[in-house]
Design a protein around this ligand. Sequence first.
Ligand code: ADP
Ligand code: ADP
Length: 233
Amino acid sequence: TFAIEADSITKIYGSGNTEVVAMRDASMQVSKGEVVALLGPSGSGKSTFLTAVGLINSPTSGRITIGGKLGQDGDTAYVNLRSFRRQHLGFIFQKSNLIPFLTATENIQIAMQLNGMSARASKTRAMELLEYLGVGDRGGSFPSMLSGGQQQRVAVARALANRPSVILADEPTAALDGHRGRQVMELFAQVAHEQGAGVIVVTHDHRALDVFDTTYEMEDGKMQKQAPLEQTP
Ligand code: ADP
Ligand code: ADP
């Protein structure tokens, strides 16, 4: 089974005169352990695709399967969908979306505690993840006290905390310098290969493209798989 399977998904926003076809018949198959880059100009439908795969935004038509398990069922109870997402999906958005009144460590812990992990175990893992991402000394800080790049690293740690089988990232390195950006991309690849996770990263960052196994390009709502990239020296 694939980690992620999107089969001919179409998304139309609005209706009548205001209708916008954001995505037309987009398909993608991501194997376990595969890291996919999704490129394309602004407004081409990348976020629409990612939120559909993340079961946040349901497509107008088409089918999405995560780990061969969940179809795109309109009647899936919201609560179940939420717990499914929490267990299987890790999201990283352009903005870190950290909870402002929780510290960095607590922001990561809450993801694990919602899945039933103890406060103590979740704290240990949260601190390890922060250390691994180079912000081990900022665990007690509130988001407002962190730089954009530091907030982003906390958000990456939070997304990896539950060892998700699918990681979806939308411009995760936008707030990071070249070195940190590359490190985050390499971490995704490492997590994919070690945990067998499927990873999709929307990115404009051409410096780290060699980290990816596969590249897709979105243009005007159409998805196209690219030929393997040449390594640039
Ligand atoms: P990208 O992520 O590549 O910038 P998006 O998926 O955000 O592209 O947008 C694709 C198209 O869908 C754009 O034309 C955008 O204006 C439109 N769109 C996105 N979200 C909405 C929405 N909630 N309502 C109406 N149109 C939308
Ligand atoms: P270092 O590179 O400093 O030796 P490790 O690779 O031992 O660090 O990882 C330190 C912590 O980072 C781990 O305990 C774990 O919490 C997190 N980590 C590292 N690799 C992964 C991974 N593939 N998946 C999830 N978490 C990871």
